[in-house]
Ligand binder design. Structure first.
Ligand SMILES: NC(=O)c1ccc[n+]([C@@H]2O[C@H](COP(=O)([O-])OP(=O)(O)OC[C@H]3O[C@@H](n4cnc5c(N)ncnc54)[C@H](O)[C@@H]3O)[C@@H](O)[C@H]2O)c1
Length: 454
């Protein structure tokens, strides 16, 4: 099939590349000339495992092309996917300005039947507005359909998620659109859920909000674990083995981030309110998420006392492993707060570049290419992303390089018994602290011999 994908970000590029790999002829469009020039040179604008290889293969065999010319793409395609960003407005509402602009552009170009598919995550009833906009702007006799086909891929595993989805949701208004989309997705051999457009839009917001709820729930349980000396890893395991609950998204940490969960939860709350419903659960989910980062900062202060002029090493900046995406990453809010208190931040991430991070945050941050150089002469080490690289380090070496053996781990990547034996003061989330140096509750200070047990 001939397909256009408008917006070559994380979703658009993966969608375009994967559809091409399935044998379709795909033109990907972006308004950003630099992105398109780079893609035409084989440079992929972000890190996503396996994506570059699929793009190279399919551009070589002429099934995948990149352009800034939306007209060329729309005229040569039967199905047009809208995959532009839908960021958050100041009030939590989804900003649909890019969706509207692209819709209007498509309307002015089409001269015969097209199926226009919203793949961007949008609030319920956006499809109605997309249809209305096209009717308003397109020439009178043009026939078209609008469908919703939300995307569920997760960054870092996007190709696999696209090629082997749990389900494909298509919200359609008639059999023609259903047939076209079913045909397109047939090679994936996945369950296809056919709904109306409103329901499809709601499935996406409800799914992401539910996953965010699971995360905030387990982070709340982690707080109770900390207050009772219980272990959240064991509690999660005990809960997750119940097939009604499931193991996924039950990992305690410093809260969800990324370009989707924070924005989709807020947008769902907003659209619900607009329709006359207060989504109290989701308000709480969002609040709990903010508190996770506040609690983490408290742990840093409780163990360093004064932040000013302390050297604080940070491992992990991306919002999760497998990606260089730092949109709404907990690292940003945590580092900002530490910089406000005049800490010296020494940072390392396997994928996030210095230039990229410094576009999001100002201040005294030193970047390192080497895991160990980051911690040399540091007063503590913070772990903010659970990259595998961090799990496999030489912990004895880590201890010898730090000014004091203090690790505050927001992702629970190390075994507490092992850390105890190695003599670290190790503070994680929802698990007992080992080798505590200061106990505020009992007004006690323990040994502060920095390098014992090396
Ligand atoms: N990133 C994810 O993991 C993910 C997963 C599922 C769904 N989604 C949703 O998919 C949508 C896109 O997300 P993303 O992360 O790919 O966004 P993104 O910001 O990475 O990419 C959006 C792209 O659209 C382009 N664009 C904007 N206006 C344009 C126009 N008029 N013409 C051509 N191109 C235009 C931008 O230049 C940008 O390259 C969002 O609604 C998001 O919520 C994202």
């Amino acid at each position: 099939m001939d397909i256009a994908v408008i917006g070559t970000g994380h979703v658009g590029l993966v969608t375009g590349a994967c559809f091409a790999d399935l044998g379709n002829k795909v033109i990907c469009v972006d308004k950003n000339e630099e992105t398109i020039n780079n893609l035409n040179k084989g440079i992929v604008p972000f890190y996503e495992p396996g994506l570059k290889e699929i793009i190279t293969k399919n551009t070589k065999n002429n099934r995948l092309a990149f352009t800034t010319d939306i007209k060329e793409a729309v005229l040569n395609s039967l199905i047009i996917f809208i995959t532009v960003g839908t960021p958050t407005k100041y009030n939590g509402e989804s900003n649909l300005v890019y969706v509207e602009k692209v819709t209007a552009q498509i309307a002015e170009i089409i001269n015969s039947y097209r199926l226009i598919v919203e793949k961007s995550t949008v609030p319920v009833e956006t499809g109605i507005w997309v249809k209305h906009t096209i009717k308003l702007k397109a020439s009178k006799n043009v026939v078209f359909d609008v469908a919703s086909n939300p995307e569920f891929l997760s960054e870092g595993n996007a190709i696999n998620d696209f090629m082997k989805p749990d389900r494909i949701v298509i919200g359609v208004e008639n059999e023609k659109s259903e047939k076209l989309l079913k045909e397109l997705y047939t090679p994936l051999n996945a369950p296809i859920i056919v709904t109306d457009t409103n329901s499809a839009e709601l499935i996406k917001h409800a799914s992401n909000s539910f996953l965010a709820t699971k995360i905030s729930f387990i982070n709340s349980v982690a707080e109770i674990c900390e207050k009772t000396n219980a272990d959240i890893e064991k509690v999660s395991k005990g809960m997750g083995l119940d097939s009604r609950i499931g193991k996924k998204f039950l990992k305690a940490g410093i809260g969800y981030g990324g370009s989707c969960f924070p924005k989709d939860v807020k947008a769902f709350i907003h659209i619900a309110k607009k329709k006359g419903f207060n989504f109290d659960i989701l308000e709480a989910v969002s609040e709990v998420n903010k508190k996770c980062q506040e609690n983490f900062l408290k742990k840093i202060k409780d163990n360093l006392w004064i932040i000013e002029d302390k050297n604080i090493a940070v491992w992990g900046l991306s919002f999760k492993p497998g990606t260089d995406d730092i949109r709404e990453a907990p690292s940003i809010s945590i580092i900002k707060k530490l910089l406000d208190e005049k800490a010296h931040i020494k940072a390392y991430d396997p994928q996030v570049s210095e230039k990229q991070f410094k576009n999001s945050i100002d201040g005294k941050i030193e970047f390192f290419d080497n895991i160990y150089d980051t911690i040399n002469n540091s007063d503590c080490l913070l772990i903010l992303t659970e990259w595998n690289d961090f799990k496999e380090v030489d912990l004895k070496k880590v201890k010898s390089l730090l000014n004091q053996p203090l690790i505050i781990d927001g992702r629970n990547i190390y075994d507490i018994e092992k850390m105890q034996n190695l003599g670290f003061t190790y503070i994680s989330v929802g698990r007992p602290t080992v080798n505590k140096k200061v106990d505020y509750n009992n007004n006690q200070i323990f040994s502060t011999n920095n390098k014992e047990n090396i």
